[in-house]
Design a protein around this ligand. Structure first.
Ligand code: ARG
Length: 256
């Protein structure tokens, strides 16, 4: 962390001399350092999560494979999802993979790499609970804060209240303990989570919206964006992506 801050400090200093403003680490600096620094949350199973002390998951392995294609080591920072957009602008890491859906609001402050999977926000509830958008009228909905699930839940007419949670598993717990009537989250996450918790009594309902998700990076860092896209294209081409998708989801979750 300190070493990275030091490098950033020097870079920021140099670029201030050159351009008058602080910049994110650009590609040459990252390449010369041999290490790229990535942020994730570690609480979004099976995309990024902890297995004991080990950070793993579809996105964790995917980012490590991309970094390897770029000839770099990858160093992880664990950052809560709601803090990632702001901290990327403070040079705390080079990119985040968490997964961020493309939204106009986010595009004002960060850039998106090409999407690494396509998905949707979906309702989950008890078997006799509200499983459609219409059925959410007068109901309590649980979502993780700062997410597209929250933004889209707000658009559903007649919802009694949206309860927000710091991390997505807390919203699932709230549903299981009947503090909320429904939970909205990523459709692949819900599928995997329900498979792992077969006795939860929770089932999947209607899809609320679709989204494409990508790694995010600081704006105006075209070389880094090109390199991340190159690495992603290479792992698609050599079959690594397909293997990871099968390993975690038993299906192809790419944007086809
Ligand atoms: N894909 C959703 C969004 O873009 C939420 C992702 C939540 N990620 C997490 N690590 N909790 O808002």
């Amino acid at each position: 962390m300190r070493a990275f801050a030091g490098v950033v400090g020097v870079v920021a200093g140099l670029s201030m001399l050159c351009a008058g403003t602080a910049q994110a680490r650009d590609w040459n600096v990252i390449k010369d350092s041999g290490t790229i620094v990535a942020a994730t949350e570690g609480a979004f199973y099976p995309f990024n999560y902890f297995e004991g002390p080990k950070l793993t998951g579809f996105e964790v392995e995917l980012a490590e494979a991309v970094a390897a294609k770029l000839g770099l080591k990858l160093e992880w920072r664990v950052v809560s999802f709601d803090a990632q957009l702001a901290s990327i602008r403070q040079d705390r890491f080079d990119f985040a993979i968490a997964p961020h859906g493309h939204t106009e609001e986010r595009a004002k402050s960060v850039d998106f790499a090409n999407p690494h999977y396509c998905t949707g926000g979906q309702i989950a509830a008890a078997k006799d609970g509200p499983l459609t958008i219409d059925a959410l009228k007068g109901k309590l909905v649980g979502v993780q804060l700062a997410t597209s699930y929250y933004e889209n839940a707000k658009k559903i007419p007649g919802v009694q209240e949206i309860k927000t949670y710091k991390a997505d598993p807390e919203a699932f717990s709230a549903l299981k303990s009947k503090k909320v009537d429904a939970w909205i989250s990523d459709k692949w996450l819900i599928k995997s989570t329900l498979e792992k918790n077969a006795d939860s009594g929770v089932v999947t309902g209607e899809q609320v919206f679709v989204e494409r998700v990508s790694m995010i990076l600081r704006k105006n860092n075209k070389d880094l964006k090109d390199q991340l896209n190159r690495g992603l294209a290479e792992i698609v081409k050599d079959g690594t992506y397909a293997n990871l998708s099968q390993k975690y989801f038993k299906t192809d979750i790419s944007c086809r």
